[in-house]
Structure formats: structure tokens, C-alpha cells
Ligand binder design. Structure first.
Ligand code: SF4
Length: 224
């Protein structure tokens, strides 16, 4: 049953250039939520809610509709933690807002994704690898997630460093191949001086050809 969420804490709402994934370089509105269900080792997200502001769905609509930018990127944290708020918002305002809805997600909360997938246009789904996050691999969960995500345009993002294992590479390629998803490989930042980018890329490429290497561009350009 759907819960009505009156207000939720949002860390920030801002416009900037998308710095990751297949839509890199586009102007997006970013709506950054505060919480996450994972705890990746390299995470640089500030999860404190002390400097977040609470918004209801009408206030959020008023802000987004006043910005002359075509795409809204819901990000975090993990935006699907706030699924009831998002569902309330999208049910009421998706059509009226008339903007593309882009979901940046860690690819784990598939039940929550199911609730809002009809309102989402693009899913940027991370597969979080144990070798780099210290979180356990959740490939079975990622598989269920991608099955739902692929009702809409979806690509897979993988952050890696030299610790990536061959088994992780094979499994990620298999998951992406099953759904014909592009894999965006993103070296972990800051770049380690000895990172073997081309070697790791080639290991992926041997197993799956629909791969692109796209670093976090906003960090090179000093954008938000
Ligand atoms: S999924 Fe993203 S926001 Fe959550 S802990 Fe990992 S890096 Fe941080």
C-alpha cells in the first residue's frame, strides 16, 4: 500500500552539468536526497540532515517547474529510499512538470523501483562491486533490479579500481548482456597513479562489446 509522505529532507536542489554516465555533459537539475541503504568505502556523500531542508511535493514542483532545464536527476544518497515521497510527487506532477526524469541509483531496491518505474525515463543503475566498495556483491539483487529498470532506458555504471576481480568482470558483463545495457566504466576517483584502466577495460571488452569508459567529468572541470 502506498504511504503518503508529507515532507522529506532534501540535501540540495541545483542545476549543473551531468558529470557521469551516458548523459555526461547535459544540463540537469539535481535533487539530492539524504539517505542511502549502502555504505560504500569510497562514498563521499555527506549524509547529515542538519543542513538539509524539508520539502513537500508541491514545494518541490514549484522549484523544479521554475527552472528552465529539461531533465531532473534524482540522486543521493539513494533516491529510492524515498520512494513513497517520489511516488506521491511523480503521480501528481510528472505530466504537468513535463521534464525528463533521470534516476541515479545504486541498483539494489528493486521493490521500490517497481513502484515508480512507470514515471521514470532513464535509469542510471550502479552495480556496486565488493572489490571497491567493501559492500558484499549483490548480483542476484542487481539482476532483479535491471529486469524492472529495463522497462525504460537503462545503462549500467561500474566504479572500479585495480582490485576488481575477474569474476566480477564476467558477472557484470553477463548481467548487462542479458538486458543489452551499455556498461559505463568509471575509474574510482581520485585516480590512483597505478590504475590499469586500459587493461581492465580490455578484460570487459573481451566479454562484452557495449562498453564505454567515462570518468567523472565534473571532478576534472571543478563543477558541482
Ligand atoms: S550507494 Fe552511493 S550514496 Fe550510497 S554509500 Fe554507496 S556511494 Fe554512497
Amino acid at each position: 500500500m502506498q504511504n503518503t509522505v508529507k515532507k522529506t529532507a532534501i540535501k540540495e536542489i541545483f542545476t549543473s552539468i551531468q558529470g557521469e554516465g551516458l548523459y555526461v555533459g547535459e544540463k540537469h537539475i539535481f535533487v539530492r536526497f539524504c539517505h542511502c541503504n549502502l555504505a560504500c568505502k569510497y562514498c563521499d556523500t555527506d549524509f547529515s540532515v542538519s543542513n538539509a531542508k524539508k520539502y513537500d511535493i508541491d514545494e518541490l514542483y514549484n522549484i523544479l517547474s521554475g527552472l528552465d532545464v529539461e531533465t531532473v536527476s534524482f540522486t543521493g544518497g539513494e533516491p529510492l529510499v524515498e520512494v513513497d515521497f517520489l511516488l506521491n510527487f511523480l503521480e501528481k506532477y510528472k505530466n504537468k512538470l513535463n521534464k525528463r526524469i533521470y534516476l541515479e541509483t545504486n541498483g539494489t531496491l528493486y521493490d521500490n523501483l517497481l513502484k515508480i518505474i512507470d514515471y521514470v525515463d532513464i535509469v542510471a543503475a550502479d552495480i556496486k562491486l565488493q572489490s571497491v566498495t567493501n559492500e558484499e556483491n549483490r548480483f542476484d539483487i542487481n539482476k532483479k533490479f535491471l529486469k524492472i529498470a529495463n522497462k525504460k532506458e537503462t545503462f549500467v555504471k561500474i566504479v572500479f579500481d585495480n582490485n576488481i576481480t575477474y569474476e566480477e568482470i564476467i558477472t557484470c558483463c553477463k548481467l548487462a548482456k542479458e538486458n543489452n545495457n551499455t556498461i559505463v566504466l568509471q575509474p574510482k576517483m581520485p585516480l590512483s597513479p597505478d590504475i590499469r584502466i586500459e587493461k581492465i577495460f580490455d578484460l570487459f571488452y573481451k566479454n562484452y562489446k557495449n562498453i564505454r569508459l567515462i570518468p567523472q567529468v565534473h571532478k576534472f572541470l571543478n563543477l558541482l
